[in-house]
Design a protein around this ligand. Structure first.
Ligand code: SAM
Length: 244
């Protein structure tokens, strides 16, 4: 049995195989959940990325908010502080959900559920805002498509999708041009190159159309010279005669 297979218990294969050392191994969960470590991984941009996401959240409809998968650091408690209803959070890894729960003070402010983001158990159109923070680049193309399809299905027309992520292929960025670094990053993040080449607005629209909806990018902020981005998308329902 390979080491990663010990982590497969209900976990998507790519997560166990490529990220057991980051999200599933108790020692690494302890290690990575320190502000200086996360900040170093994001080249000192963590605070800016989180603050920009939270600033945008303030403009979003906050009746029912989903954080689609857990993250290290203080994003979850910051989201909780912004909304007056419980924050829904879902993740495939129990250890991550427990960590998220340990960061919430009240029992009714967080509604954690263990699910695969590719096939959520939520009803359609239930959320008014969904937040994806550095999830998509860690997924193989098919899982990314499935997850975005589920995000589009569960988000109500009029709702907001906030995506904080790597930017599009950063060919001009010094980090990308420095080959040893690019090799290291794409070795640690084996699906990042696929994500870099995705046209996110087009992909979102393709997935939204499966559910009779469409999205438009309503706001975008580039961070660290375009290496990262915070993007806001608004969802609407497609009129019947346009829905193909
Ligand atoms: C949001 S991503 C990246 C977070 C980012 N590196 C950070 O901590 O700031 C990591 C989380 O996604 C979860 N995850 C990855 N694929 C998933 C899937 N298909 N379904 C549910 N959770 C998933 C992992 O268990 C992990 O908790």
């Amino acid at each position: 049995m390979k080491l990663y297979q010990r982590f497969l218990d209900g976990i998507p294969w790519y997560l166990a195989r490529h990220y057991w050392w980051a999200y599933l191994w108790p020692r690494s969960v302890w290690f990575f959940d320190h502000q200086p470590i996360i900040n170093a991984i994001l080249f000192g941009q963590y605070r800016k990325l989180m603050d920009t996401t939270i600033e945008r959240l303030k403009e979003a409809p906050l009746e029912r908010v989903l954080q689609l998968t857990c993250v290290y650091g203080s994003l979850t408690p910051s989201l909780i502080r912004q909304i007056s209803t419980p924050l829904h959070i879902t993740d495939a890894a129990m250890i991550q959900l427990e960590l998220a729960r340990s960061k919430s003070t009240g029992t009714s402010e967080l509604l954690p559920t263990r699910m695969n983001a590719e096939s959520l158990g939520y009803k359609q159109d239930v959320f008014t805002t969904t937040v994806l923070f550095f999830l998509l680049h860690e997924m193989p193309a098919e899982a990314r498509r499935n997850t975005l399809s589920e995000a589009m299905r569960t988000l109500a027309p009029g709702g907001t999708l906030l995506i904080t992520e790597y930017g599009p292929l950063p060919t001009g960025h010094w980090l990308y041009r420095f080959l040893p670094f690019r090799w290291l990053l794409t070795t640690l993040e084996p699906f990042l190159d696929g994500f870099w080449h995705d046209n996110l607005p087009a992909l979102l629209n393709e997935m939204a159309s499966l559910h009779g909806k469409s999205v438009c990018q309503s706001w975008n902020s580039t961070i660290f010279s375009g290496f990262y981005r915070v993007s806001e998308f608004k969802l609407s329902s497609t009129p019947q005669n346009e829905a193909g």
